[in-house]
Write a protein that binds this ligand. Structure first.
Ligand SMILES: [Cu+2]
Length: 505
């Protein structure tokens, strides 16, 4: 049989829905197992990321998920399984597909043991569903502190600081699906979109080439739920602890569904055929536990069809929802471009930007030909010159973003007037960055030497609008980084360089 993953909101999102009641029962059983058991809740979270030896204190210990001296798996087993999650990489989607599949099997086995439904499958949280007025709300089964019988709710965690509101509601503009208009799974090397699925990398526990779906909604939703408070990041906001939150798996089931939606929405939306992708990284294998605790090794080529016997699941809905709001995401324009043209650097700022306080800005200078191209003479319709579909595309690159803490969202604008209220300036809005995994990617002893992450935004519409107004005649423009909460200096958020690339039509 093929298991069918259903929407968390199909029957109200609370414990009246057996799907969620039984999820809680299954999760509770896994939570009772020790960290030295590779089928336990905590071991599964550690496969994503764990740090219990850090000199600056372990979040696992701080939040009570690890007690020094408790039995651990052998170091061979730790090395085989732990700290595998693939981010900033073209392996992001296939690695997480195998990961969610694994815990789904473990949870289902416990549900069946307890007398629950044999066809249970992982629910998904479709926060982008505009037909559902509650779609943006954290489903009640996760925000209730108790089960219907009064016992503690295993799906509840205290460390969901989100944007400070209770219950958690995701901002609608954070879950738009511009990523699904990507024409390619793998993007170009530098400058332009990293594609739906991310840039070509090796094994990439915290890589640099974040794909469009990974960037949004994935990263931003992580931060919108986890957030940050004085004690540290919420569970969902940091990859070292994210898998401990039961909502993690419904978020990832939805990202996994969106990959399938993208594949099914056009004959040209194909997965990579490069053997380097299909066969997975050569330097380390992907591995998750089977239900009996034996090792299941996999590569992206095993993850192409969810209904194949090794995975054996599908979704009840492949509709992408009509959440692609053209107003809020400037990158939703029709990407009719073949993306065969190499993007060229046409502007950059001069020095590293520290993002602190309420807003940090930096000025970018355009090169002479681009300045001439984007200068408007009075009465000239420059937007016609930049008209779709055969038009140049502009990409803003925030290169090597580093941070000492995760859990922040930074909104990016161009040419915000000094001191002005930015809310509602959607004409100047470039996109948002969710700082998820940036802390790990910034550590100098990490796999990439602390290079941080790079985010790319399609800003064609913003650039066209500014050009039309004559705002680019001076040959430079400001980029404004606006953290949603005032950033303190200890977050140490920096952007190595901000650049503008042009991809010719
Ligand atoms: Cu994630």
């Amino acid at each position: 049989m093929v298991y069918i993953r259903k929407s968390v909101w199909a029957n109200g999102g609370g414990f009246d829905d057996p799907l969620l009641y039984w999820y809680a029962i299954g999760v509770s059983a896994l939570q009772k197992r020790g960290l030295n058991d590779n089928t336990s809740w905590r071991f599964m979270a550690a496969i994503h990321g764990i740090d219990i030896t850090s000199s600056d204190g372990s979040l696992w210990e701080q939040y009570g998920y690890y007690t020094p001296g408790e039995p651990l798996p052998s170091s061979a087993e730790q090395q085989l399984y732990w700290n595998q999650c693939q981010h900033g990489s073209w392996y992001f989607l296939p690695w997480h597909r195998g990961y969610v599949w694994s815990i789904e099997g473990l949870v289902r086995a416990e549900i069946v043991k307890a007398g629950g439904p044999k066809d249970w499958a992982m629910p998904y949280w479709n926060y982008s569903d505009q037909k559902n007025p509650q779609a943006l709300l954290l489903p009640p089964a996760f925000s209730a502190t108790n089960m219907p019988d009064g016992s503690p709710n295993p799906l509840y965690v205290a460390q969901r600081y989100g944007l400070g509101s209770t219950p958690i509601v995701l901002p609608a503009s954070d879950v738009t699906l511009g990523a699904l208009s990507a024409t390619q799974f793998v993007g170009l090397k530098v400058g332009a979109s990293a594609g739906l699925g991310g840039g070509k990398t090796g094994f990439s526990h915290n890589g640099i080439q974040t794909g469009e779906l990974e960037s949004k909604p994935h990263n931003i939703v992580h931060v919108d739920i986890g957030g940050q408070n004085d004690a540290g990041p919420g569970l969902m906001a940091d990859p070292d602890i994210a898998g401990l939150d039961p909502i993690f798996w419904l978020h990832h089931a939805n990202i996994d569904r969106l990959w399938d939606v993208w594949n099914k929405s056009s004959a040209t939306h194909t997965n990579p055929t490069d053997p380097a992708w299909l066969n997975g990284p050569q330097d380390r294998k992907f591995v998750v536990p089977n239900v009996d605790g034996s090792a299941y090794y996999y590569a992206p080529k095993d993850m192409l069809d969810t209904t194949s016997p090794n995975l054996d699941y599908t979704y009840d809905e492949f509709v992408a929802a009509t959440a692609v709001s053209s107003v809020l995401t400037s990158n939703v324009g029709e990407k009719t471009l073949s993306q065969s043209q190499e993007p060229e650097l046409v502007g950059a700022n001069a020095s590293v930007v520290s993002v602190t306080g309420k807003m940090s800005s930096s000025s970018l200078a355009l090169d002479a030909p681009t300045r001439a191209l984007l200068s408007a003479n009075p009465g000239q319709n420059i937007q016609a010159k930049l008209a779709q579909p055969a038009r140049d595309r502009y990409f803003l690159n925030l290169e090597n973003i580093k941070a000492a803490k995760d859990g922040f969202v930074i909104d990016v604008y161009m040419e915000l007037p000094e001191g002005a209220d930015h809310t509602g300036r959607m004409d100047l809005f470039c996109g948002s960055i969710g700082l998820f995994g940036v802390r790990k990617a910034s550590q100098p002893d990490g796999a990439h030497g602390g290079a941080g992450v790079t985010e790319v935004m399609d800003v064609t519409n913003v650039v066209a609008g500014l050009a039309q107004n004559g705002a680019l005649n001076k040959g430079e423009f400001s980029v404004n980084l606006v953290p949603r909460i005032t950033l303190t200096d200890d977050a140490k958020v920096t952007v190595e360089r901000i650049s503008l690339y042009k991809q010719s039509a």
